[in-house]
Design a protein around this ligand. Structure first.
Ligand code: NAP
Length: 222
């Protein structure tokens, strides 16, 4: 299969790259500006592509496959740590996080949808339980919560719009994973999260269209 992953140079994105290469697939690993962890992998089925999801782009300008079986919209930012409460949240930070976490996956799908349709492919949008209104018991974290909530809604529309065209879309919560974003203090490691999310994607048709599902298969209300 041809797999495209955004934000693939570290953290969960790099975990997805390793997983799919081990399974024998061709992987197009997209990175914002630095290859970092991708430099450690020597594999003939690994292709690296510079792609900053915060910017508009044209797919034809990038070295991506004509048929895409799986797209993982993984790239994301948390925004300023300790400055997302009601008093300190700035408009600029809100817009930055929204641009990457919410509009980023939309940009990518707009550009790559025809290639996913050709393959009858699958899209996984990586959101967060932090974007669930029902799960919000502690308030705060305005930018990250709002952007990830927006992504869940956008992802559901994509799921509805692309289903008749043969493309399945799911929104995923990776769990609390030890990556840079979680300051390496998550509850699970990258391998556990990635293996779980891949398993969920393998059962995508068992879930409602546009469902929001955690790495352990549990459906999350949003
Ligand atoms: N870790 C968790 O517990 C957790 C929980 C819920 C959801 N998530 C979500 O899971 C996804 C992956 O997170 P992670 O934990 O692996 O975080 P991470 O270690 O901080 O990695 C984030 C990745 O996104 C990339 N990225 C950021 N801005 C980008 C842009 N404008 N264009 C392209 N790539 C960009 C980063 O690239 P650079 O190296 O260039 O910055 C990096 O590769 C994110 O969407 C995150 O919100 C994570």
């Amino acid at each position: 299969m041809n797999i495209v992953i955004t934000g693939a140079n570290r953290g969960l994105g790099l975990g997805f790259v390793r997983h799919y290469l081990e399974q024998g697939h061709d992987v197009w690993a997209c990175y914002r500006s630095s290859l970092v962890g991708l430099n450690e992998i020597q594999h003939k089925q690994l292709h690296t592509v510079q792609l900053d999801v915060s910017q508009d782009f044209i797919a034809a300008d990038l070295d991506l496959p004509e048929r895409i079986d799986v797209l993982i919209n993984n790239a994301g930012i948390y925004g300023p740590y300790g400055e997302q409460d009601l008093a300190s949240m700035t408009s600029a930070a809100m817009l930055d996080v929204f641009n990457v976490d919410c509009i980023g996956p939309l940009r990518v799908v707009q550009q790559l949808q025809s290639r996913l349709i050709k393959a009858g492919g699958t899209i996984a949008n990586i959101s967060s339980k932090m974007g669930s209104s029902g799960d919000n018991g502690s308030g705060g974290t305005y930018a990250y919560r709002a952007a990830k909530a927006g992504l869940i809604i956008i992802s559901k529309s994509m799921a509805i719009d692309l289903k008749p065209l043969g493309v399945a879309v799911i929104t995923l919560h990776p769990g609390w994973v030890s990556t840079d974003m979680a300051r390496q203090s998550g509850l699970i490691d990258v391998q556990t999260s990635v293996a779980g999310m891949v398993q969920v994607m393998g059962h995508i048709h068992d879930y409602d269209v546009g469902a929001f599902v955690a790495f352990d298969g549990q459906v999350i209300a949003f």
